[in-house]
Write a new protein. Structure first.
Length: 145
């Protein structure tokens, strides 16, 4: 896994009833909508997180975001980014939960919780796990879309 950035472009289109539908080209299973652009983009964050969580739980690859090319972008929360990055780093290293636990020097149950997208793992634990896999978390703050 090279440098990863979890900022996904989305497409927003009005349906026949005027409802704004949000789609993610990189995650075809992710679809949401709302009556206004602001609400649609807010819903898109939750939708993106659910799509990423489902991929992690199904042990499917998390696709890299495509270039925005003028489209709005949506980012998941920091915890989901860290979970997705850990999942991808472990997957790239060929490590399942048992092997990850050995690498981290923790019980397998803890490694499974760290990999579970809905477990509230402390960010410091995820940083340490990523460091053990040769990765680090870099935080940036950008203007909201």
């Amino acid at each position: 896994m090279a440098k990863a950035r979890y900022l996904y472009p989305c497409e927003i289109e009005a349906d026949e009833d005027g409802w704004l539908v949000v789609r993610f080209p990189d995650l075809p299973e992710a679809l949401t909508g709302a009556p206004s652009r602001a609400e649609a983009l807010a819903e898109a964050v939750d939708c993106l997180e659910e799509a990423l969580a489902a991929r992690i739980l199904d042990r499917r690859a998390v696709p890299a975001p495509s270039a925005a090319k003028g489209r709005p972008t949506v980012a998941p929360g920091a915890l989901m980014v860290a979970k997705a990055a850990l999942f991808e780093a472990a997957r790239d290293a060929g490590l399942g939960p048992s092997q990850l636990a050995v690498r981290l020097g923790v019980q397998e149950t803890e490694a499974r919780r760290m990999l579970h997208p809905r477990h509230a793992t402390k960010i410091g634990r995820l940083e340490a796990a990523l460091a053990a896999l040769g990765k680090r978390i870099v935080v940036s703050v950008e203007p909201a879309a």
